[in-house]
Each structure stands twice: as C-alpha cells, then as structure tokens.
Design a protein. Structure first.
Length: 58
C-alpha cells in the first residue's frame, strides 16, 4: 500500500474517532499529555489500529 493511502486512512480514522475525543481531553486535563498519549497507543482499539497502519509506512 502506498504511503499516501495509508496516511489518508489514518486521517479518516482520526477525524472519525479522535477529533473531539472526550477520553483524551479528560486524560490530558487530569494526567497530562504523555499519559493521554500512552492511553491512546496502548489502551484504545482506535489507537492500536492507527499504530498498526503507521507501522506500514515506509
Ligand atoms: S486513540 Fe482512542 S482515546 Fe485516543 S483520541 Fe483516538 S479515540 Fe480517543
């Protein structure tokens, strides 16, 4: 798959699920950006999907 296609797919996922995500907003407020980022990567299925797509980038 081409990089541009992967990036477009990631963009779409983020627009659909991450824009205005309440969990991230709340975690950032309560525990800071780093913890919120860790949650997205390790504990959210959306974040996991984004990570997997990102790993295909060349
Ligand atoms: S990865 Fe999950 S928790 Fe993080 S912003 Fe996206 S939907 Fe919200």
């Amino acid at each position: 798959m081409k990089n541009t296609q992967i990036i477009n797919e990631i963009d779409l996922i983020m627009q659909k699920y991450c824009d205005g995500c309440f969990v991230r907003t709340q975690l950032r407020k309560d525990k800071g950006k780093s913890i919120a980022h860790q949650f997205c990567i390790h504990s959210c299925t959306v974040g996991e999907e984004i990570k997997q797509k990102g790993e295909k980038l060349q």
